[in-house]
Design a binder for this molecule. Structure first.
Ligand SMILES: CC(C)(COP(=O)(O)OP(=O)(O)OC[C@H]1O[C@@H](n2cnc3c(N)ncnc32)[C@H](O)[C@@H]1OP(=O)(O)O)[C@@H](O)C(=O)NCCC(=O)NCCS
Length: 156
């Protein structure tokens, strides 16, 4: 990609934007109220990937506090710009922010059959620590599936 991309912070004021990105990129139906509630948790934050020309947002991540670290509740990249390094850019920013906040680990859940996301996480240093059978219910014609819980330990 020739256009340069940067990652900006997003907070409760951006709940509607993040909800739209979430629902488009993950084909889900979160509400702006529920996203705003998550973003208002102490330590929660969002990040959004935008181009230097300030065009439409290309990707996002939403992180909430969890245990001794940070839970990556959602991450997504627009379908037409996947596999161009944006997911990794978002993850690098999340890791940097988590480290700056003194978090010990990052945790997330991913559908066992979501190869793109699983490979992104593996390539960013996450490893699978548990499997939750039948975690995701069937929806929109897709069968249910198990979730893998993945973790990345951060330097202390
Ligand atoms: C998962 C997702 C965020 C990855 O974003 P992306 O911008 O395409 O990822 P990147 O281009 O940064 O890829 C980084 C690495 O992830 C892995 N990866 C990404 N897409 C992949 C694919 N389709 N197949 C295999 N590996 C893939 C590769 O290791 C890749 O590194 P490489 O390109 O050097 O081989 C994107 O596919 C997406 O939004 N999917 C739909 C939403 C979703 O499933 N979110 C995760 C929910 S848990």
């Amino acid at each position: 990609m020739t256009t340069s991309i940067r990652v900006c912070a997003a907070g409760p004021a951006h709940a509607a934007l993040l909800t739209g990105l979430h629902n488009e990129m993950l084909q889900a139906e979160w509400t702006a109220d529920s996203v705003a509630r998550l973003l208002n948790l102490p330590g929660a934050f969002g990040v959004v990937a935008v181009t230097d020309k300030n065009e439409r947002p290309l990707g996002f991540a939403l992180c909430i506090p969890g245990g001794e670290g940070l839970d990556i509740a959602a991450i997504g990249v627009a379908a037409d710009v996947r596999r161009q390094g944006i997911g990794r850019l978002l993850m690098d920013e999340v890791v940097a922010r988590a480290e700056a906040a003194g978090c010990r680990e990052l945790v997330l859940e991913v559908g066992a059959g979501n190869n793109a996301a699983r490979h992104l996480y593996l390539s960013c240093g996450f490893s699978s620590v548990a499997e939750r059978q039948d975690y995701y219910a069937p929806r929109a014609g897709k069968p249910g599936e198990s979730a893998l819980v993945m973790k990345k330990t951060l330097p202390t």
